[in-house]
Ligand binder design. Structure first.
Ligand SMILES: Nc1ncnc2c1ncn2[C@@H]1O[C@H](COP(=O)(O)OP(=O)(O)O)[C@@H](O)[C@H]1O
Ligand SMILES: [Mg+2]
Length: 268
């Protein structure tokens, strides 16, 4: 009693240095803890029905497995997944009333009208479909967004925007070499979205723009509205305000009105 048994499994068999043994054991525990929290996160997101929805993508040959979580949001989680044609991004919307707490009232109202029901699940499915359709329309209008591949219930699969297996960072985390060029690219993208795809993003900010090698991709189109929508002007103005502040900080001087006009505001 009171003696440390260095041959006990507690220390690892045959290890004579107790410090080394202790460190080994601690690392093992850390690994196990990490694994557990990863599994918990997976369990929380992938309930039975969500797994079935993902299974459908797998049986259709659109993906083979889930690799890792890229982002955990209030509304959705995004994962990198593999397919026989390379990586893809899987967005899994949460199904539950918490999702709707942060939702703008105009959007909830529209989804309710569309679904004709108050079922949270159905509202989420309609929302996923909305983001998917918006991405499709943007691709057709040559707006730089990830290509959408398929959607089902609360999940959808799209192009993985990344390099070397890692996702591109959001603009707010990037150092931009040529802000003037970025301004041109961004305003062209948004203007095309308004005039050619007929959509206003509704939640555009440096968080929802990915930036890589001087290029951009707009993401997170769940809050889009048609350009005819009564809120369209107000939403574009808010997006323009966000980016005016951003560009002013980057040393590019322009007013919100100029930004709004360049983003296609004159067409609304
Ligand atoms: N197609 C994609 N390719 C690579 N990363 C992505 C892709 N879509 C989203 N992401 C990553 O996931 C994060 C969250 O995605 P987003 O669509 O903005 O969801 P949320 O509603 O949680 O904000 C993004 O900031 C980005 O880092
Ligand atoms: Mg986002």
């Amino acid at each position: 009693m009171g003696q440390t048994d260095l041959t006990s499994p507690l220390w690892g068999e045959g290890v004579s240095d107790p410090v080394e043994a202790f460190l080994r054991r601690r690392h093992k525990e850390e690994d196990r803890r990490k694994e557990r929290s990863h599994t918990d996160a997976m369990d929380e997101v992938f309930d039975r029905r969500t797994l079935l929805a993902v299974g459908r993508f797998i049986t259709r040959g659109l993906m083979t497995e889930v690799d890792f979580s890229i982002s955990t949001g209030k509304v959705a989680n995004v994962f990198r997944v593999s397919s026989k044609d390379g990586y893809r991004a899987l967005k899994v919307y949460r199904v539950g009333n918490a999702v709707f707490r942060g939702l703008p009232p105009y959007l909830l109202h529209e989804l309710r009208e569309e679904v004709g029901s108050n079922s949270f699940a159905r509202l989420v499915f309609a929302w996923v479909r909305r983001e998917y359709m918006a991405l499709k329309a943007c691709r057709e209008a040559e707006v730089p967004v990830p290509e959408p591949y398929d959607y089902h219930r609360n999940v959808f699969l799209m192009e993985f925007m990344g390099e070397g297996g890692l996702p591109f960072p959001p603009l707010f985390r990037c150092e931009v070499e040529d802000p003037e060029r970025l301004l041109n690219d961004l305003t062209r993208a948004v203007r095309n979205m308004v005039t050619r795809a007929g959509l206003v993003h509704g939640d555009l900010s440096p968080y929802n723009v990915l930036y890589f090698a001087g290029r951009i991709a707009l993401i997170d189109l769940g809050e889009v509205v048609a350009r005819e929508h009564p809120m369209a002007r107000e939403l574009l103005l808010r997006d323009a305000e966000n980016f005016t502040k951003y560009f002013n900080r980057q040393g590019v001087k322009l007013t919100t009105q100029e930004m709004f006009d360049r983003m296609g505001g004159t067409e609304l």
